[in-house]
Ligand binder design. Sequence first.
Ligand SMILES: CC(C)(COP(=O)(O)OP(=O)(O)OC[C@H]1O[C@@H](n2cnc3c(N)ncnc32)[C@H](O)[C@@H]1OP(=O)(O)O)[C@@H](O)C(=O)NCCC(=O)NCCS
Length: 189
Amino acid sequence: MSALSGRRHEPAEQPQPQRLLLPMTALHLDAVATTEATAYAFPWSRGNFVDSLAAGHAAQVLCGPDGALLGYFVAMPGVDELHLLNITVAPDVQGHGHAVHMLDALHALCRQLQARQLWLEVRESNARARAIYLRHGFVHVGVRKGYYPAPRGKREDAAVMSLRVANAGPSAAAAEAPANAPRGGDGLD
Ligand SMILES: CC(C)(COP(=O)(O)OP(=O)(O)OC[C@H]1O[C@@H](n2cnc3c(N)ncnc32)[C@H](O)[C@@H]1OP(=O)(O)O)[C@@H](O)C(=O)NCCC(=O)NCCS
């Protein structure tokens, strides 16, 4: 069962090979940047990840039993909230519950940081990701017009989604967002 919503995901009941979430470090950045470039039409640059680590964002990599990179996430702590900036699963291992696993870890991280809300932006066209978020308890709270770059120099709107975190404490233990955090257009794709 997902810790996020209480909804049962039958595929997630299947035994999973060992996978491990580890703090993202500079040693991971070559693999992360390579995966990012294969997963998005408008990927983050390696420098965006460097900046995120330097800013102290919560960043983790999901590794398989052989150490191969399965996916990763980057989230920016704020007062009483956590803002998910990037969550990606390597294209060749999508559909095996890895995103669900990372969303559960993010939910646990929110509780640890006493963050009451987990925020994200997602492209309006990213139906798969939006469906996963909705199934895991996120609600659609708004639209950021023209937030993302799009083909032929156009822009695409972002859906803003939020997950309310139960059992988050009353005080904000999370750090203030550093000034050099990736902002508009650098958020989730
Ligand atoms: C969106 C994205 C993160 C989803 O990752 P994923 O690992 O494929 O997602 P999951 O496997 O956790 O969940 C997807 C599906 O697998 C199912 N699933 C869960 N556990 C499973 C398991 N053990 N075995 C098989 N399927 C499983 C889920 O129920 C879900 O069902 P669906 O196919 O009806 O959607 C991934 O497609 C991705 O990185 N896309 C490119 C980048 C991107 O769009 N990022 C999000 C930006 S907002």
